[in-house]
Ligand binder design. Structure first.
Ligand code: FAD
Length: 497
């Protein structure tokens, strides 16, 4: 049948029978959930904009169980939906129809950590924040950090190729992930877990699964290269051992439209802070308002159109402090920055990061969100926000822009009191056309999932999509792994940007 909510037709998968349930319950005693109340949270995405109707949630504990589940589902032609922390923002983590949800929540063991190499090996259901806590105790950190860290799983991070707040410094997961283990649709266990920095023996298969959003296999284990925890030797001065220096600077733009001055600061920042620069984030005044309104987080600075968050992480506090002071002096005297506050204490650092990290949550309390996560050339990155505000006028409750300037990644969010077809028609495909015009990416870090899959041609050529479809067919011939996600619907196949 066709789901009228989404206009998507259910593919010809089997439905779960009593015999299926009996087998899966015997495989996972007490871990095959059918209680609708317990299933509710797994059927709805974090944004509460996509809802599935799955009647079965499986909670395997190890790779062998995942393998047996998939072998069975593949034989029976039952569709499955891999799920980590369910914090994904493109509707990829929840079923569309009645797909069986396979959760990694109980696959949360750390397998090994080697302090000499800095390589952590763990199961894919480990929560990012827990991994970071484990590593911090050994003077290391995870190479990625994001607002959803308290819930998202490392397997989900890999499956979405999550970017986040540390990408500027440590690079993407395509570089820091050294190996992974994945179970293919037919139950085959693909072991590419070897934690080698160098290994040029044939194709680098692990890369296929990073960013594949659960459409090519279920990631069951990960080996990842972790950096040392940055130290601040400037302890006495900063009053904080082992912390980072962070500065929250208010940018005085003397007018709402001088976003280009943020770019001047960024360029100066790169030149003057160099290797200790670890994050360069921005948010606009509308973000600040929404965070204040819904999370009651006060802004320590006066109101201005834009705010920048700069983080430095280094190993020598005197050196870092000197660089930071020089940078601040320069941007203050040149008039690019009017006001700032520096936090060196853990509590204050957290509070300042909270203003940036809280935006996604605050927006979720503000109404229905149309979320766009785009890469653009830096000079163009804020123009789309200004343009959208003009285009939508009173039709939108709020149009906000924030993101990872250091990575050329803008989060454009448009809020309305409820889902509004007319508003959506005014936003899409305009936002994608705009992005494609400047050779940007319509999904910088969230993936395509269910919501954006049909817009893939705005960022990828027909030939590239064709190869993706062939790869999907080869690894998952029956298409049971996360159907209706990532790759375009057959009706979109001839479309082209
Ligand atoms: P889920 O949401 O459960 O799943 C995401 C996708 O991965 C789905 O398609 C699912 O099928 C698949 N999947 C999950 N686990 C596996 C597995 N083991 N094997 C194969 N496929 C799997 N994202 C960023 O990139 N940068 C950010 O800064 C960022 N900030 C965020 C802040 C907030 C407050 C929130 C709510 C989200 C944010 N996100 C961000 C998006 C989201 O957190 C990331 O995409 C995250 O990596 C998803 O992990 P998860 O475990 O929740 O995966």
């Amino acid at each position: 049948f066709t789901d009228v909510r989404y206009g998507v037709r259910r593919l010809a998968f089997s439905t779960v029978t009593k015999e299926d349930l009996k087998f899966l319950e015997s495989l996972l005693p007490d871990r095959a959930v059918t209680d609708p109340d317990l299933l509710e949270a797994s059927n709805v995405d974090w944004l509460r904009t996509v809802r599935g109707r799955s009647q079965l949630l499986l909670r395997p504990r190890n790779t062998e169980e995942v393998s047996q589940i998939l072998r069975y589902c593949n034989d029976r032609n039952l569709a499955v939906n891999p799920q980590g922390g369910n914090t994904g923002l493109v509707g990829g983590s929840v079923p569309v129809f009645d797909e069986i949800i396979i959760s990694t929540a109980q696959m949360n063991s750390i397998i090994d950590f080697n302090p000499n190499s800095g390589v952590l090996i763990c199961q894919s259901g480990c929560i990012l924040e827990n991994l970071n806590g484990y590593l911090e105790a050994q003077d290391f950190i995870m190479p990625l950090d994001l607002g959803a860290k308290g819930s998202c799983h490392i397997g989900g991070n890999l499956a979405t190729n999550a970017g986040g707040l540390r990408l500027l410094r440590y690079g993407s997961l395509h570089g820091t992930v050294l190996g992974l283990e994945a179970v293919l649709a037919d139950g085959t266990v693909l072991n590419c877990l070897a934690p080698l920095r160098k290994d040029n023996t044939g194709y680098d298969l692990k890369q296929l699964f990073i960013g594949a959003e659960g459409t090519l296999g279920i990631i069951t284990a990960v080996s990842i290269l972790c950096p040392r925890k940055p130290r601040s030797v400037n302890l006495a001065l900063l009053g904080k051992k082992g912390g980072n220096m962070k500065v929250f600077i208010k940018n005085c733009l003397r007018g709402c439209d001088r976003f280009d001055q943020i770019l001047s600061i960024f360029n100066q920042c790169k030149g003057m802070l160099g290797e200790i620069l670890s994050a360069f984030e921005f948010l606009d005044q509308s973000c600040r308002e929404v965070v204040q309104e819904h999370l009651k987080l006060a802004n320590p600075l006066q109101e201005k159109p834009f705010y920048i968050l700069v983080e430095t992480s280094g190993s020598n506090a005197n050196h870092d402090q000197e660089k930071l002071n020089q940078f601040l002096e320069e941007v203050m005297t040149s008039g690019l920055v009017a006001e700032g506050t520096v936090a060196t204490e853990e509590r204050k650092i957290k509070a300042l990061w909270g203003l940036r990290e809280g935006i996604t949550e605050a927006l979720s309390h503000d109404g229905y969100i149309y979320k766009y996560d785009i890469s653009l050339p830096l000079e163009k990155i804020y123009d789309i926000v200004v343009d959208m505000r003009e285009r939508l006028g009173d039709k939108a409750k709020r149009v906000v822009g924030y993101g990872h300037i250091g990575d050329g990644n803008l989060h454009l969010n448009i809020v309305s009191p409820a889902h509004d077809h007319q508003l959506l028609a005014a936003i899409e495909p305009y936002v994608y056309e705009w992005t494609a015009k400047y050779s940007g990416s319509i999904s910088a870090e969230h993936g395509l999932g269910f919501k954006k899959k049909d817009f893939i041609y705005y960022s990828k050529s027909k030939e590239a999509v064709q190869i993706m479809q062939q790869m999907k067919l080869m690894l998952d011939p029956k298409g049971i792994l996360n159907p209706y996600k990532t790759l375009p619907s057959p009706s979109q196949n001839s479309a082209s940007s």
